[in-house]
Design a binder for this molecule. Structure first.
Ligand code: MEV
Length: 307
């Protein structure tokens, strides 16, 4: 095959961040913003990597390295990326890893079923990041809204449509590794307290799964608020994330929470249709940016893209 082009979506964590790193379940949704990777073989003695919009190149480099080691492929490649994910913490590391490995597997005609693709990409993320659950890899591969079991890494499809969610960028990039390490430190100092919080998160995720299946938005919103409070207790929120959660609730949201590792990135807001305008106004008053996206997007696919 001469040239391969693959797109993989970003994600938003809906429930269960941090606890999922310790084997608890979470709920994640893929978003309709993608990273596209194009690869072809080149006669050059070295790889030509052009990755604008990918802030950490280590994921692409490690993905290529692992693929070569595992499948003993020879020759250099030319790889180009194009990203719609921006710097909002929408899972660009996982999306770029998934798209790179899938593109290489097609270029070298190595058949990878989704579970094998997951394993390889998760290995890449762990090698770069140290600690991670793999939920974002699952979202990039399978798309849609998923219940992800942090223990056995299995994904189950949940709500099939886009959710009534507004996504707000807090203005600051999140700090995934720093926040994961912070929680790890707390957990080693206060194991019972942190396990207690994780257990509460587990309960919340199970309730959210039911609420999603029933499209029970008012119950789902309350669960989002409770999840946010537990993340505050874990020490990963900050004043601008808390303010966005508070202001959007005041304006009539069903609920809101930070999404992802914390320390920055995004707040997600579940809204009743008749309160959408008021909520948007409240957000505008905070001066923060609304990111235009849809949840429940399709997973990895070759071009041409069909949305
Ligand atoms: C980061 O978006 C979510 C965390 O749970 C890390 C992970 O699950 O890999 C903090």
């Amino acid at each position: 095959m001469s040239k391969v082009t693959i797109s993989a979506p970003g994600k938003l964590m809906l429930f269960g961040e941090h606890a999922v790193v310790y084997g608890y379940p979470c709920i994640v949704t893929a978003v309709n913003r993608y990273i596209t990777i194009e690869v072809e073989k080149t006669k050059a003695d070295y790889d030509i990597l052009q990755t604008p919009g990918v802030s950490d190149k280590s994921f692409v480099r490690s993905a290529i390295e692992l693929f070569r080691k595992k499948f003993k492929t020879e020759g250099s490649i030319s790889l180009t990326s194009q990203s719609e994910l921006g710097n909002y913490g929408l899972g660009s590391s996982a999306a770029v890893t998934v798209a790179t490995i899938e593109a290489l597997s097609r270029l070298y005609e190595v058949k990878l079923v989704p579970v094998e693709l997951f394993k390889l990409c998760y290995q890449v993320i762990l090698s770069v990041q140290g600690k991670a659950s793999g939920f974002d890899v699952a979202a990039a591969i399978y798309g849609r809204t998923l219940y992800f079991d942090g223990q056995n890494k299995k994904s189950t499809l949940l709500y099939p449509k886009s959710l009534p969610i507004i996504t707000i960028f807090s203005g600051k990039k999140g700090e995934t590794v720093k926040m994961i390490n912070k929680v790890e430190e707390l957990r080693s100092k206060f194991p019972d307290r942190i396990t207690g919080i994780f257990e509460k998160i587990r309960h919340l995720v199970e309730q959210a799964r039911l609420a999603l299946n029933e499209s029970n938005w008012s119950s789902l919103g309350k669960l989002m608020n409770s999840n946010h409070q537990l993340l505050v207790e874990l020490g990963v929120s900050n004043s601008s994330l808390n303010r966005l959660v508070m202001e959007t609730n005041k304006a009539g949201a069903f609920g809101a929470k930070l999404s992802g590792a914390g320390g920055g990135d995004c707040v997600i807001v579940l809204y009743p249709q008749d309160k959408k305008e008021a909520i948007i106004e409240a957000i505008e008053k905070t001066g923060k940016e609304i990111i235009n996206l849809k949840t429940g997007a399709k997973g990895i696919r070759p071009h041409p893209r069909i949305t």
